[in-house]
Write a new protein. Structure first.
Length: 352
């Protein structure tokens, strides 16, 4: 037992030393990168992403929700808003004003065809929109005002996509019914991967038509299990990177969900982004928790094998400081957009 304790202490020491020695990357942050109309404001920025033209899309927790009651449950829509800016930061338009699924902004992603994908945590939706903002595909659904179990099945857990029929906690239903989803990504074949990661703790895989294939993961600490799945990314080889902030690690899986490795040297990752091109790098935010805005906060730049290239930033409220980063856009390796929940803003960063 003493030998095991000594080994654990030694491993913890080396991880701490490796983190402390990660070189600092110099960077700049542009002041006021987005020009909003006088009557529009950003709330908590759940998501920020760019398309191939450089247009910027921001999914933010703001607006005026409409609430209705059904069977002692409250439902809302319109609580979040999706804005588009041009590459210079000039406001272009609002997309989907009052959309039934815009409740609690979590992420916005842009696929290789410039379609927009909106992940709404409390609506339980992952929505695919065309470049004009029209819905092309919907994964997930809001909880019903009254339970609607599958024929012959036990009633679903509260919130949709929860534990069914005595399954593992957080494993969810083997379907596209989510419980507080957090992110979405794709492989080269167009398969869709959803981080169903806060109410549940799994990754769900769909084909390009939205047909459910499989899912993996449940609540726990073992390899292949998650404390939470806060973000997800897929590399050019189809490997899946899952930010397991609850267990302070990034887990890496093959395209079918088989565990490959874990990186435990970047704090509690909450936002992941992999750059395109022949020499990709992985960005991972050790986002400070919402209950303590003065700890952690740095963003790591890594090789895909987990080697840390460097880190930058810290928790705080000024420019070049971060308040609960929820999404990173890294279409260009050294030019990033960062969406912050804690500071109600988007920062435009240039790494030097």
């Amino acid at each position: 037992m003493k030998h095991l304790l000594s080994l654990l202490i030694l491993v913890t020491f080396f991880v701490a030393v490796a983190d402390a020695q990660a070189p600092e990357i110099a960077f700049d942050s542009a002041a006021n990168p987005l020009n909003l109309p006088d009557d529009i404001y950003l709330g908590e920025v759940g998501g920020v992403a760019t398309n191939s033209k450089g247009d910027i899309f921001v999914y933010t927790r703001t607006g005026h929700p409409t609430v209705s009651l059904g069977s002692s449950r409250a439902f809302a829509h319109g609580g979040s808003r999706l804005f588009q800016f041009d590459r210079t930061g000039k406001f272009v338009r609002e997309i989907g004003q009052g959309n039934y699924g815009f409740l609690y902004a979590q992420k916005v992603r842009i696929d290789p065809q410039d379609n927009l994908w909106v992940v709404d945590e409390m609506a339980g939706y992952v929505m695919k929109l065309d470049p004009n903002g029209r819905v092309l595909m919907l994964l997930g659904r809001k909880p019903e005002a009254i339970p609607v179990p599958a024929r012959g099945a036990a009633p679903a857990a509260e919130g949709g996509g929860g534990q069914r029929g005595g399954g593992l906690p957080g494993a969810g239903a083997q379907s596209d019914v989510f419980n507080r989803p957090t992110d979405v990504a794709w492989d080269a074949a167009g398969n869709i991967f959803v981080a169903d990661g806060m109410g549940n703790a799994r990754v769900a895989k769909f084909d390009s038509k939205g047909v459910f294939i499989k899912s993996w993961g449940s609540k726990g600490t073992a390899n292949g299990m998650f404390g939470s799945v806060n973000s997800i990314a897929v590399d050019a080889q189809g490997n899946v990177y899952a930010a397991d902030a609850g267990n302070k690690r990034i887990q890496v899986f093959d395209n079918n969900g088989n565990f490959k490795t874990a990186y435990t040297n970047v704090g509690a990752p909450a936002a992941l982004c992999i750059t395109p091109g022949p020499n990709p790098v992985l960005y991972s935010s050790n986002s400070n928790p919402p209950e303590d805005l003065d700890v952690a906060g740095e963003i790591y730049k890594m090789k895909l094998d987990g080697t840390v290239i460097g880190k930058f930033g810290k928790a705080g409220k000024l420019l070049k400081e971060f308040g609960t980063v929820n999404e990173i856009d890294c279409r260009s390796e050294n030019n990033l957009l960062v969406g912050e929940v804690g500071n109600l803003r988007v920062q435009k960063l240039t790494l030097r």
